[in-house]
Each structure stands twice: as C-alpha cells, then as structure tokens.
Write a protein that binds this ligand. Structure first.
Ligand code: ADP
Ligand code: MG
Ligand code: MG
Length: 255
C-alpha cells in the first residue's frame, strides 16, 4: 500500500504581473486503491496541483509538503517521482521528436523498474494493452505526441498507465476532447489498471461526465486554490445539477 499526502500546500507562479499565489493551503490524502476526483471551476488551480506533483519548474512551492509513503516528493527530481510510483498525465502532453511510442514506453519502463523488461513479455504486454485500448498496432511506430489527435494523446496516456504500473496516478482532464466512445475506452483502461494493480487515482476534471465511467470514492471541490468541500459520489451528482455557483462569490458565477 502507498499513500500520497499533500499538506497545507502553497504554490506560486511567476507571471508578468509578478509572483501570483495559485494554491493557498491545499491538503489531500490519496491511498492506493482509492479514486479521488478533484472538481472545480476553470482557473481554480487544478492543473497547477498536477504540475506541482509532477515537479514542473514553473511552479514554486512556498510552503507545505508532499510525501509519498513518508518520502519527500518535493525533494525528488521528475524521474525520481516516476520511479517512486507516481504517474502524471498532463493536460498538454509534449511532443518528443524522433522517439517512437514503442521506444519511449520501453525506455520509461526500464527507467522506472531499474531493469529492461524482457523483450518477449514486453512485446506481448504492449500488444495486448494496445488492443484493449482499440489502438492501431501502427501507432507504436509513430513519434510520441507528434500529430496525435486529442483522443490518441489520451489513449497513449492510458497505455503508459497500463504498462508502467504506478502506485498513484494523477490524471488531469483525461476526459477533455473525447467523444463518448473514446471516453469509455479510456475509462475502461483506468478501471483495468485499478483492478489489476490497486492503483490510486487522482482524477482532475471540470465536468462530471467521466465520473459515470470512473467511479470516485471521494469528491473534492477546489476553488481559488483550496479544497472548499469534500464528500462522496453524491457530491459530484450535486455539482452536475447545481454547477459551481454556490462556491463562488456573488457575481462571479461561471458562464
Ligand atoms: P485549472 O486547471 O483549475 O483551470 P490552472 O491551475 O490551470 O487552473 O490555473 C490557475 C490559475 O493560475 C489561473 O489563473 C492561471 O491563469 C494561473 N496559471 C497557472 N499556470 C500558470 C502559468 N504557467 N503562468 C501563468 N499563470 C498561470
Ligand atoms: Mg483550465
Ligand atoms: Mg486545468
């Protein structure tokens, strides 16, 4: 069992206007086997949380801590975070020119496990995961994220998730830009990983749609860099009906 603990996290970002606080005392605990949804209006800091867990250099932690099984995540390099069992699927994944999907996955797997997977089982695992995600086998020979459609990027993320077998996965807006069929396939992939490896999931989303396919145990509402309400799946249903207006100051309701 693993536990990711975020305690009283404060994060700033440098903008033209100077140093802007984005996360203002955020606390959250995620254990393997649990699925947590973080929901909130646009601009509330959800992606900032994901980037901070991932170790993106643009975001400065001014106070608070993030630990994985008691180890200081903030002191780890991005690679060390992955080796420790964290998986971060970013809202805007980067292109890696000249590196094919298959080589990328094998390199990542080798880095995370500390040894290269045996060719035979690896090829078989990649093929079967790609088949599960209804991906064309030719996809494996394409360069990472080069010309990927929105749906292909998401499937590639979930392919990584299935093959790298992390302890805790942070999925930022995995539902964005997916049609219903793709959303189902991607969600099934996450659910398979949950069932097979007792994965812990932090699912960041603006909309409740994906929660029909990936069922959260806990729902957290984030506004202006803080968790303002927590509950079970019923909270997501309430947000679906009512939106975020009651969490926002008067006159600031979302369009
Ligand atoms: P969400 O994912 O909830 O929509 P974000 O974390 O993307 O929210 O953004 C929260 C706030 O922080 C926004 O006001 C956004 O403009 C600002 N912000 C986030 N990242 C950056 C950045 N790299 N540079 C400047 N401003 C940023
Ligand atoms: Mg956003
Ligand atoms: Mg975001």
């Amino acid at each position: 069992m693993s536990v990711l603990e975020i305690r009283d996290l404060h994060v700033t970002v440098e903008t033209d206007a100077g140093t802007t606080p984005i996360l203002n005392g955020l606390s959250l605990t995620i254990r393997t086997g649990e699925t947590h949804a973080i929901m909130g209006p646009n601009g509330s800091g959800k992606s900032t949380l994901a980037y901070t867990i991932a170790g993106h250099p643009k975001y400065t932690v001014t106070s608070g801590e993030i630990t994985l099984d008691g180890e200081d995540v903030l002191a780890m390099s991005v690679d060390e975070r992955a080796r420790a069992g964290l998986f971060l699927a970013m809202q805007y994944p980067v292109e890696i020119p000249g590196v094919t999907v298959t080589n990328f996955l094998r390199t990542a797997k080798t880095a995370i496990d500390g040894e290269a997977p045996s060719i035979r089982t690896w090829t078989k695992d990649v093929k079967s995961s790609m088949k599960n995600l209804r991906m064309d086998p030719k996809f494996a020979q394409r360069n990472v994220n080069e010309g990927f459609s929105g749906g292909e990027k998401k499937r590639h993320e979930i392919l990584q998730l299935e093959l790298l077998k992390p302890q805790i996965a942070v999925l930022d807006e995995t539902d964005s830009g997916l049609d219903v069929d793709a959303l189902k396939i991607v969600s099934e992939g996450v659910n398979r990983a949950k069932a097979e490896t007792d994965l812990g999931v932090l699912l960041i989303t603006h909309y409740t749609r994906i929660l029909r396919y990936i069922h959260p145990d806990f729902v957290h509402v984030m506004v202006k860099g803080r968790i303002v309400e927590e509950g079970g799946p019923e909270l997501a249903e309430r947000l679906e009906d009512e939106g975020y207006d009651r969490f926002l100051p008067q006159g600031e309701e979302e369009a």
